[in-house]
Structures are given as structure tokens and as C-alpha cells.
Design a protein around this ligand. Structure first.
Ligand code: HEC
Length: 193
């Protein structure tokens, strides 16, 4: 009898702990979304404005320097890390996903194939690292819009001078062949708990 009571209490305790964790994760996701996501439309707007002002070649520095710099600056303000990752990188030094990120990107592609809109794909998890410390990891898909196609679209549609310019800096470029609405990559956030 006593054993039964004890295991009942234990089970209830575990259940409560489980739902507290779920609530924490929802709160962390919401907070991360509010603080990190506004950078993404800023980059898209900057890309659109720069292409309109300076043409496609003149906009290369937006994806190459401005976007990483904006993410880094925001991450430093927050005390987190933020970067862009992709399964098909243009710059493998910066954008190669780790194992957790690769799993999430693969799952984003599957979810998009199953009909979820690429604009809404996200994931957030508490992950325990090798050193035993926990951290909250969050990823949000970055969809391909019209303005992205002149540098990430079908190679046949990319202007020869842009192709030549990209080939100079990125001999291992895999980031072409996308169409509108596909997932170009993701914003990846790590915040210490
Ligand atoms: C003018 C050309 C150009 C346009 C337009 C452009 N990009 Fe890029 N993109 C680049 C370059 C160059 C890099 C490599 C950046 C680096 O060196 O880190 C890149 C890299 C990226 C990366 C990092 C992962 C990787 O492949 O290395 C993402 C994500 C990305 N672009 C998304 C987008 C999205 C989304 C759009 C449309 C809103 C877009 N880009 C439009 C040139 C462009």
C-alpha cells in the first residue's frame, strides 16, 4: 500500500516537472522569437533596398558582411550566439551546421514537404552539452524570397557577372538552385540557461 502511494506521489511529481519544463520551453521560445527574430526582416529589407540602389553585384556585401554583423551585434547585446546555417552552404566556414542543427534543418525540410509554411518553421530545445551545462537552442527557418533568387536561384537564371563574382570568393558554393518558398537555411540561436 505504502509503496503504491509512494509511486503515485512520484509519478505526479514527475508529471508536474514534465509540464513545468514544457511551459519553460514555450516561454523560452516566445522570448527568443521576440528578441532574435526582428533581425531577419531587417536583413531582407536591406537586401531589397541595396539591390534597388546598387544592383545585384552591389548587394553581395549584404549577405556576406551586413547580415552576419547584424546577427553578431544583436547576439552580443543579448549574451547569446546567433548565426546562419544551411544544408547547402555558400560559405562552409561560417554556415556549416553541427549535428543538432543538421537534424533540425532536415526536419524543417520534411515539415515543409508535408505542407507546413516555411515562414513558420521553428524548433526550441534544452540541450545538455558535453561539459554538463544546459543551454537553450532555437532555430527558425529562413525562406527564399524573390530578392534571393538573383544569387541563390537556378544557376541558369543567375547573371554571368554575378556567377563569376561568386565563384571567385566561393569555390565550394552549393547555395544555388533554390526556388521561391524553399528553405535557404536557418537562424540558429544558443542561449545559456
Ligand atoms: C547579391 C547576392 C545575394 C543575394 C541577393 C542573397 N544572398 Fe544570401 N548569400 C550571398 C553570399 C555572397 C553569401 C555568403 C556569405 C558569407 O560569406 O558568409 C550568402 C549566404 C547566405 C546564407 C548563409 C549560409 C550560406 O549559404 O553560406 C543565407 C542563410 C543566405 N545567404 C540567405 C539569403 C536569403 C534568405 C536571401 C534573400 C532575402 C539572400 N540570401 C539573398 C549572396 C546573396
Amino acid at each position: 500500500m505504502e509503496m503504491r502511494m509512494r509511486s503515485l506521489i512520484l509519478c505526479t511529481g514527475l508529471l508536474m516537472a514534465g509540464s513545468a519544463v514544457a511551459q519553460d520551453i514555450d516561454a523560452l521560445k516566445l522570448d527568443t522569437r521576440e528578441k532574435a527574430l526582428p533581425v531577419l526582416p531587417k536583413v531582407v529589407k536591406m537586401m531589397q533596398d541595396t539591390v534597388a540602389d546598387k544592383g545585384v553585384a552591389g548587394a553581395i556585401p549584404v549577405c556576406k558582411e551586413k547580415a552576419p554583423a547584424l546577427l553578431k551585434a544583436r547576439a552580443e547585446e543579448l549574451g547569446w550566439t546567433m548565426r546562419r546555417v544551411s544544408l547547402k552552404t555558400r560559405n562552409p566556414e561560417r554556415g556549416t551546421p553541427d549535428a543538432w542543427e543538421t537534424a533540425q534543418l532536415t526536419s524543417f525540410d520534411l515539415r515543409a514537404a508535408a505542407g507546413e509554411p516555411a515562414t513558420a518553421l521553428e524548433v526550441g530545445e534544452v540541450v545538455t552539452q558535453a561539459d554538463g551545462k544546459s543551454m537553450f537552442r532555437y532555430m527558425r527557418a529562413i525562406p527564399v524570397g524573390d530578392v534571393c533568387l538573383s544569387c541563390h536561384g537556378d544557376p541558369a537564371d543567375i547573371a554571368p557577372e554575378i556567377k563569376a563574382e561568386l565563384a571567385k570568393t566561393y569555390p565550394q558554393d552549393r547555395a544555388t538552385g533554390y526556388s521561391k518558398g524553399q528553405i535557404r537555411g536557418a537562424l540558429s540561436v544558443e542561449r545559456p540557461l
